[in-house]
Design a binder for this molecule. Sequence first.
Ligand code: NAD
Length: 548
Amino acid sequence: MLGLAPRGAALGSAAPVLPSLLHLARQFTEWATVDPKKLSGAAPASCQNLVAGRWTGSRESRQLPDPLNGEPFISVPHTQVDEITPFVESLRAVPKSGLHNPLKNPQRYLLYGDVSFRVAAEMRKPAVEDFFARLIQRVAPKSYDQALGEVRVTRKFFENFTGDQVRFLARGFTNPGDHAGQTSSGTRWPYGPVALITPFNFPLEIPALQLMGALYMGNKPLLHVDQRVSVVAEQLVRLLAHCGMPASDLDLLHGPGATVGEVIKRAEPRSTLFTGSQRVAERLAVETHGKVFLEDAGFDWKIMGPDVSNVDYVAWQCDQDAYACSGQKCSAQSILFAHSNWVQAGLLNKMAAAAAQRQLSDLTIGPVLTWTTEAILAHTNKLLQIPGAKVLFGGKPLTGHSIPAVYGAVQPTAVFVPLVEALKPEHFGTVTTEVFGPFQVVTEYGDGQLPLVLEACERMTHHLTAAIVSNDINFIQHVLAHTVNGTTYAGIRARTTGAPQNHWFGPAGDPRGAGIGTPEAIRMVWSCHREIITDFGPVPPASGLKQS
Ligand SMILES: NC(=O)c1ccc[n+]([C@@H]2O[C@H](COP(=O)([O-])OP(=O)(O)OC[C@H]3O[C@@H](n4cnc5c(N)ncnc54)[C@H](O)[C@@H]3O)[C@@H](O)[C@H]2O)c1
């Protein structure tokens, strides 16, 4: 309630007529159960599961270490396999025809347009935007600008699906039939019970965009987010409920990945969207008998054409692509193929200078959550065994910090590997291993060596993002024509990172590959095609019927 001035209160009277700023800030997040500004070992937060519309705990909890100083600061349900029956039953209770579809409960499309409108309005409030940005920073340390960018992309996504836009997602088509009374119509049908598993690196954006896609299309999702960051998704779910989402429309399961894996085995959701590592992706593909959509490993390349221009800008973009969020973006620049003209123009020195500006104090470099310092340095040393390989910059641990040893802490690093050596079968696997941290491989090619670069792209196994940095249309068309990555930027401003709400983001070249964010992605991942052929007559006279 806004503390408006009481009727008749005189201006200038001693009684306060406006609510205090503190009160306003608090009411903006009345649905929240954590305060990211206070969150610490001294003021820990705790999380809850949501199942069948009820918030619950679990027998055991895990105390998460603060990634910046190791103090236990969040207690998260450590849900065990013997506690999953309510989650299995909740999913099993969902009909295959979903909670809504074009013929059932169509008012729910409008409900979700309305929920999205309210969430977007809430997220426009500076206090709410700041709440999510800071909460993201506390669990997946990244600079404030990067965290705020994640919140704003999420808000714009909600804005995109307000009003009638959810209903339009389920748009179908009709074709005239063979005779009077017959029409065929293509419809978008939900899967019903579905699962959604997302990683740590974008704790708000990935769960929000995929979750809403699942809900918009009429499914009931079981949501599981990496437990190191799932506090953010829980706050999103609380905001959704505050904005009118029926609390029983989704379940939220905190805990180890193995527990959600077991729920999936027993509940057999009709489809599962997984975002995370290749290892778990392949395992789920087998366990679900292929009923998966995957957004997995990203070994992302950037090719720089022979035409050099705007070297300062391009070096800045390389630094952003490789090291923003400490390289923990699936779209991060993993390998750079620089034409010799760029090397001669001083690109690598400018990249080194940009990387040297990054610092822990503003989280432009920070903890690595899935690779330890030792593992990153061991990988660096393995690359350095390749003839001609050398460290261009970085290659050392960060110093003067209290990041716990379970996480990694290394300088932004670039290792140069000669192209011909990189292509040798004994080296190729190491060179193209995705290091989910501030790390990239750099190589150089000369005139006449583009076929070797394209051969490297052909032999890579995953095709998520890519960048072709050039303004030479013939060069760009040639590279585009011979490669397949799902999200490819081309032009002098090309980047590998960038997963906004306004374009498709996802891999190509794999029939299991998913997409995120756009109407096409939502329709493809969260609904299937159903053809309904209506044939009401008039019926022809029986005398004219022939057997065949
Ligand atoms: N392609 C994309 O859009 C995209 C986006 C973000 C991250 N990623 C990839 O994610 C990886 C980094 O994340 P990570 O290494 O922490 O991923 P991960 O595979 O270890 O974890 C991802 C999720 O899977 C869950 N999980 C773990 N074991 C499971 C099991 N047996 N059954 C079901 N779920 C299980 C985890 O709890 C977590 O929520 C990188 O490879 C990165 O490229 C890809």
